[in-house]
Design a protein around this ligand. Sequence first.
Ligand code: M6R
Length: 597
Amino acid sequence: MCGIFGMITKDDRPLGEVLLEAGRRLAYRGYDSIGCATLDGEGKTDLRKDVGRIDDVNARLHFPEMKGRRGMVQLRWATFGAPSPVNAQPHYDSDGDLVGAHNGNIVNQVALREAFLSEGMTVRGTNDGESCVHAVERYVDRGYAMPEAVRLATRDLQGDYAFVIAHVNDDVLYAVKQGSGLVAAITEDAAFVASDLPSILPLSRNMLRLEDGEMVVLRPGHAEVFKLSDGSRVDRQPQEVDISVKAAEKGGYPHFMLKEINEQPQVAAELLHWLDASPDVQPFIDEMAAARRLYLVGCGTSYHACLLGAAQLNRLAGIPAVADLAPHFRETLARTLGPEDVVIWVSQSGETKDVLSALKAARPSGVRNLAVFNVLGSSLMHAADRYLPLACGYEVSVPATKTYLNQALLFSYIADRLSATPGTTPWNRFPLLVENTITRCDARVRELADELVAIEDLYCLGYGVTYGVALEGALKLKEVTYAHCEGMLSSEFKHGPLSAVTNGYPVLFVTTPEDTRMIVSHVSEVSCRGGRTIAFGPADPLLQINVDSLIEVQDAGPAMTPLLTVLPLQLLSYHLSVTRGIDPDFPRNLSKTLTVD
Ligand code: M6R
């Protein structure tokens, strides 16, 4: 997830070291390139940026040499435009009068880029952050003063973003918050703005909270807030905050896993904006629809998203998509592929060796290799013929949560677009449904975690579209609680595992309205033998009288409900992990990216 930091002081001074340190504090968000810009009192600018780790880039570009009274640093996590020096931020406008950097996604950047070029501007890269700078340039060129130009520019930018920008000919720093995080802070002779608290905290604790739809105008010792809608001033005073840098990195949450679970409404909204607007989406969907055979292939959590995605494509769009585990695919179906077939390789990291090896094995068949991943610039991006990004930002915690949701969301959205009634699912409600589900389930799930704290063995069962969700719930539980939890198709349970059930033996069931009738039958097989049955899904009278506990999830229709059912399972895994004294972010023996066979 990108990070920006900007500052303004009373006089020219060595700002490079301060910017570098602020960049280091933003690094926990993840990045692939870094850049710093300074502006001095004489109107001179200095911009240095490159791809790589902060210390390596600094060794080449010597950020501490940079001087000025205004400065900014940006760490880029590529979503639009591959990681490259020209796409690294900050960016100049056409003639170098403006310098700015952003955080978030500008979803109409392709159309904007064409418009800027046709208006005669110099557009150097394909990064959407550059669009923010040219959008302001457009209004400066039309004669608007900077505050008004910044405000008007935001009308042309679609998406969730925040940006910071400065003009060489004034002594002010401007920043906008429109869907991405942004905080401001002041001291007696300086002012700061940043994507989040950790980069500012060592410099000031006098914080000014900003809201979406606001612009902050920074001068040394002052921060004024204005509404983007009409330019009117907002009366808001800075407040002292008392929080450590470490706690701030986790957004105030005790663990990254919980932070990332709670980021899901935001990342889902960003992905949906992007899926609606990006010109890359329709060609991807066209290839899926035209495939003779369509396979969704991944490992671990990504495979579970493939299972759910294939089920959604089958059920909503009538497309016979098949999900498989990458090494299994490599040894079986990969031997039967042809040029009319399409494989979608699904991965958070884009570096999983099992996935890359299977792709390599499939390539000689002439199959079309599409990909879905979170890390732009990854090996999978370079290996694929076409790709869609997950737009989740950096996922720190080893257990995947927000990337699973966006993988499942991406396939469900496409299945809905390929259905006989496209556009009937109200996807714009989805982020709020995710937020409400997390909020409403949490207390009940905490109680359940207390009840199950000593459990060392359990099952998590699903049927139909929730089969993949059950496998994902089971994986999350075993990964962060160290208990043995087996995920399975609920109908398979009677074919052997049922012998594990004794009095009070816990079995979790994941269900949606389509599967409830069958699930109820499988619940009965357990409960009549004294097992403890706990269901996750929408309320249903038949289900309610048959299970011991129901963790209720709202019924939001066949496209969205299966996506919501994973949320209480993520929360249950998290709370059980913490209750059992385990650090869920870094479970023993596991690694976030598996680059070995
Ligand atoms: O980066 P990938 O999605 O390709 O990783 C695949 C698995 O290693 C991964 O999903 C793993 O199962 C999760 N970290 C579990 O939470």
